[in-house]
Design a binder for this molecule. Structure first.
Ligand code: ZN
Ligand code: ZN
Length: 177
């Protein structure tokens, strides 16, 4: 859906829309939409700025930072955003500049795509890192086994007999912790 300045100049647009997984490109492999994205919003032109305000809801599949298993994050986000026309002569990259305090972005040309607005809001609402459970044991750094599902023997399975005393020492030390 394209929010066209000329159309917004005539009337406020009410939006109720669903985006299926895959229809918004989040530009990151670790971020996958795992259910429909529902948005209810209104767009209008105020003093030459496009204002988009509403709420979005979706589920995003991320990857556990410790064990790399998929984790579903529920996203509910209210937003109230203003987009100014990109100043003439400004470079395209500046479109992405945003002052976090005032939440002002820029649009270029005739308007902006709602999908771009939603993508940005979803990415902003996601945590930098997720873990599947607070006591996730992660992956063994030696054999890569997922320690939530299996016990690996990297610690105790010392094949070199010369290392056995060392392994015992380490186990005793671990027990005391
Ligand atoms: Zn995990
Ligand atoms: Zn291991």
């Amino acid at each position: 859906m394209f929010l066209d300045v000329k159309e917004l100049a005539v009337r406020k647009v009410h939006i109720r829309k669903e985006y299926a997984p895959g229809s918004i490109d989040y530009g990151a492999n670790e971020v996958k939409q795992a259910g429909p994205l529902e948005v209810t919003a209104a767009a209008e032109l105020l003093d030459g700025q496009i204002r988009v305000a509403g709420i979005l809801e979706t589920k995003i599949e991320m990857v556990c930072a410790r064990c790399l298993e998929p984790v579903i994050e529920e996203v509910h986000k209210d937003f109230d955003l203003f987009y100014q026309p990109l100043p003439k002569g400004a470079k395209h990259e500046e479109e992405r500049l945003r002052d976090d305090d005032t939440e002002i972005g820029f649009f270029e040309g005739e308007g902006l795509f709602l999908a771009d607005v939603l993508k940005e809001q979803v990415l902003l609402s996601l945590p930098m890192k997720v873990i599947c459970q607070s006591d996730c044991r992660g992956l063994c750094s030696t054999c890569g086994a997922n320690l939530n599902h299996e016990e690996c023997r990297c610690e105790t399975h010392a094949t070199d007999p010369r290392l056995a005393p060392l392994a015992r020492l380490k186990q005793d030390w671990l027990k005391k912790q």
